[in-house]
Design a protein around this ligand. Structure first.
Ligand SMILES: COc1nc(N)nc2c1ncn2[C@H]1C[C@H](O)[C@@H](COP(=O)(O)OP(=O)(O)OP(=O)(O)O)O1
Length: 160
């Protein structure tokens, strides 16, 4: 299925569930250069797969601790992303933001932390969906995005 309207998103059953955690301070976002795994080489937020028994928010905090050695404080839910890949892969992502954290962002074997000004985000080296919903997230507007991908190529989307 290539078009988002081909999919019944209410009945859609994703293969994976994952989170993204955006630390926002002084018009800057703390992103990572992802060093391995899905989307390696791209800039993204810290995040990863939901583990059995944990909440979305617990996952977002744990993944940020594992990838950057920091603990986000008082995370807020920001939006929902649903990615359907035509090879059969699919990911339901929940996005969180936080303005405070404990610790010092530190490079790990998974991620290199980098601060970017919100007006100078490296969209040329990010997933193709990111320029569509980042502006809403930065503005504090809730969003839900549905996307179809063929590998790294975005085929179609709707942003609600
Ligand atoms: C397709 O578009 C995507 N855009 C954005 N911004 N982020 C995406 C996209 N697809 C997946 N992601 C995110 C969701 C997760 O935070 C990561 C993938 O993490 P995952 O954990 O599934 O992958 P690995 O790092 O390979 O595995 P580990 O959990 O073992 O670290 O990307």
């Amino acid at each position: 299925m290539k078009k988002v309207t081909d999919i019944n998103w209410n009945a859609w059953d994703p293969k994976e569930k994952a989170t993204l955690m955006f630390i926002q301070q002084n018009n800057k976002l703390l992103l990572i250069e992802k060093k391995r795994g899905f989307g390696a080489g791209y800039y993204n937020a810290p995040g990863g797969r939901l583990e059995k028994g944990e909440t979305w928010q617990e996952c977002a905090i744990r993944e940020t601790q594992e990838e950057l050695c920091i603990t986000p404080l008082d995370p807020q839910h920001a939006g929902t992303l649903m990615f359907h890949f035509i090879d059969g892969h699919s990911i339901h992502g929940e996005v969180f933001t936080a303005t405070k954290f404990e610790g010092t962002p530190t490079e790990t074997d998974e991620a290199l932390p980098i601060w970017f000004h919100v007006d100078e985000l490296p969209y040329h080296n990010m997933w193709a969906d990111d320029p569509l919903w980042y502006p809403k997230m930065i503005a504090g507007e809730k969003f839900t995005g549905h996307f179809t991908f063929d590998g790294k190529t975005m085929l179609d989307y709707e942003l609600l």
